[in-house]
Each structure stands twice: as C-alpha cells, then as structure tokens.
Design a protein around this ligand. Structure first.
Ligand code: CP3
Length: 341
C-alpha cells in the first residue's frame, strides 16, 4: 500500500492527515546550525552525505510523514551559467537585462549540473528506510516564474518589480527565458524522480505578485508544461503558490495533484472551491509556531476540524518555517496532527 502522504496526494481518504513542514531542515535546529557552521550552506548542499544527514535531522527529531531533500531552488541556475552564493539570502552573479543575456543561457543535463542533489536523493531514499520506513521522500524545484524573478532582479529580493517590468518591456525575450527555465526544470524534476523522489513540490514563491491575467501568461502555462512532461512517471506533483489565494481556480488547472496554500488563504474556502478535484496542503501561519504550546495545539486542532472531508489533505505550514521557531512547538504541531482528525 502507498504511504499516508502519497494516498493523501492522490486524493484518497486517510485515517489521519499526513504532516510535514516546508523548510523543515534548517536553522531552527541546533543540529543543523552545528553542521552549517562547519561546511556552509552550499557545502551542505553539494555533499550528498551531508545533505542526506541534514534532510534526516527533522525526521529523527519529529518523525513527520515526509522528508524533503536538502537543496535550494536556485541550485539549477548554476547549470544555466550563473554563479550563486548564499549569505544566507541568495546572491546571483550576473543577471538578465537584455534579450542577448537570454540567448547565452545554457541547458545543462542535471546529471552534470546538479549531480550532488541526485546522489543525495539516492542516499536519502535508502537511509530513510532505517530512520522512518513509512516516510515519503520529496524532491522540489522553483517554478519558471519564481526562478526568473531571481535571475532578472537585482535584489533585495522582496518585490521583484524589476522582473515584472522586464516582462512588460521585453515580452519575447522574457518568454524565451521562461521556456529555457521550463526545459531545465522538467529535466531536473525527471532526474529527481529517477533518483528516488516519490513526489515533488513546485515552489512558486513569487507567483502571488501577479494578477490573474499575468499569471495566465507568465506562470501557469510553464507549470502546466513541466507537469505534463512528468506524466510518464505517474508520481504526484504539489504546487505551492505563495499569496495565491486569488489564483485558486487557475491553479486547479495546473495539472498538479495537490495545491499547497498559504496562511492568508482560507483552508475551508479553498476546500469548497476546489470541491475534491485536487488535494490540499497547508496552512498554519509559521509565525503562530511562536505562540504558546497550548495555543499551537489548539490552532492545529482548529485547522484540522475546519475541513469538511477527511481525504486529499496534507497538514503543513502556509510557508517555510522561520529561523527562530521553538522546536518544541514543531513537535506539538506534528504530534497534534498525528492524534487524528
Ligand atoms: O524544506 C526543506 O527543508 C528543504 C530545503 C529548502 C531550502 N530552500 C534550504 C535553504 C527548500 C525547499 C528551499 C526552497 C527555496 N529557496 C524557496 C522556495 C520556498 C519559499 O520559501 O518560498 C526559495 C524562494 C528559496 C531561495 C532562498 N534560499 C532564499 C530566499 C533563502 C534565504 C532564506 C532565509 O531564510 O534566509 C535561501 C537560503 C536557504 N535555503 C536556507 C535554507 C536552509 C538558509 C541558509 C542558511 O542556513 O543559512
């Protein structure tokens, strides 16, 4: 039988909701900080043994239903010809300003560009068996729109208006950029499936900046193309669009098996709108993990009981966990979901 997570992602009813946290490996864990101090963020990403170890840290500590491979959405940009750094926010060497810059982009085989991510997946898939045999392994990537935001804007990476202006002024070059990232991302996620990922999540972290009309042109078609290219693998795809409450009816046409919704979007309203056609994931506000443990428990229960149906649902946060989150509240969140509906 499929794991709890895979069953929920496929829209099935589950005896309890599966649960994991976006960005569950990271700085809120002392074990992570110790390793990062020694190796640096990219050092962890580029070493499959260390990436596997960091992926497994939250699994050992909290026993969630999924492990998400430790990597970053910006790693594939290296194979396109960019230098990347993190301190801890991303810094990208060279950015796209002109049509010529788009013509210079490379599509490198993921086996050459990011072999360490694929090796980390293979290793983690086998190690997970002894740490938490029922947990599923997730891969991930950014959407073309969100990747383009980092490649076109100069930073500070906050609003990405420069990317929207570039798209408005040079629509043809921007479409070529999105096509190139779409090709890179399709190959990258296919390679992740081949290396042991059981499901993947696409992060459209900046998709919510777009109007519905712009989303239809600048993000959705490229997501659809990626998901279509992954059909032969017959494995679930989760789509997370930060600030995408106004886009839900469009997102339901993405081809994704599951929509991960942010905290501003109402979970029961999304459930009603989507009417069981697509699984849902989310959406506790990450800042609420800073409340008291009793409040975390109460809010997690309220989230679960706000749902009408006990099928096609994955408990998660509405965005990545924050840096100083108290680990005991992460445990309270996960344990409360595990107590059942
Ligand atoms: O979920 C996991 O545990 C897997 C790891 C993961 C990371 N980045 C590790 C990371 C995942 C899934 C990501 C995705 C990612 N990266 C996204 C999409 C998710 C989202 O939050 O919307 C985005 C936009 C990025 C780009 C990125 N990488 C940013 C904006 C930052 C700085 C964030 C910060 O909190 O400072 C990073 C760095 C990064 N990626 C860190 C981690 C653990 C922090 C680096 C450190 O430890 O110093």
């Amino acid at each position: 039988m499929d794991s709890l997570l895979l069953r929920a992602l496929n829209g099935e009813s589950t005896e309890r909701a599966p649960v994991w946290l976006m960005r569950q490996a990271g700085r809120y864990m002392a074990e992570y900080r110790a390793l990062k101090e020694q190796h640096g963020f990219l050092g962890l990403c580029r070493n499959p043994e260390l990436a596997c170890e960091v992926t497994l840290q939250p699994i050992r500590a909290f026993y969630p239903d999924a492990a998400i491979i430790f990597a970053d959405i910006l790693l594939p940009a290296e194979g396109m010809g960019f230098e990347i750094e993190f301190n801890p926010g991303p810094k990208i060497g060279g950015r796209i300003r002109h049509a010529d810059d788009v013509s210079k982009l490379k599509v490198t085989d993921p086996l050459q560009a990011t072999p360490y991510v694929l090796d980390a997946l293979k290793l983690t898939r086998s190690e997970l068996k002894s740490v938490h045999p029922e947990a599923s392994l997730l891969g991930f990537a950014g959407t073309p729109w969100t990747m383009a935001c980092y490649l076109c804007d100069q930073g500070p990476y906050k609003h990405f208006l420069g990317t929207q202006v570039f798209a408005a002024q040079q629509p043809k070059a921007f479409a070529r950029l999105l096509d190139t990232i779409t090709e890179v991302t399709s190959q990258y996620l296919a390679a992740q499936f081949e290396s042991g990922a059981e499901a993947v999540q696409l992060f459209d972290s900046w998709g919510g900046n777009l109007t519905r009309e712009d989303y239809k042109r600048l993000s959705l078609p490229y997501i659809q193309k990626i998901i279509e290219s992954l059909r032969p693998y017959n494995k679930p795809v989760i789509l997370y669009v930060n600030g995408g409450g106004h886009l839900l009816s469009l997102l339901s046409q993405s081809g994704a098996n599951c929509l991960s919704i942010d905290s501003r979007t109402s979970l029961p309203a999304a459930e009603e709108l989507l009417d069981g056609k697509i699984a849902l994931q989310g959406n506790l506000d990450p800042t609420h993990l800073f409340r008291t443990k009793a409040e975390v428990i109460e809010e997690t229960r309220a989230m679960l009981s706000s749902l009408k149906n006990h099928k096609g649902y994955v408990a998660n946060l509405g965005h990545g966990i924050l840096q100083a989150t108290p680990p005991e509240n992460v445990k309270a969140f996960i344990d409360t979901v595990k107590e059942g509906w």
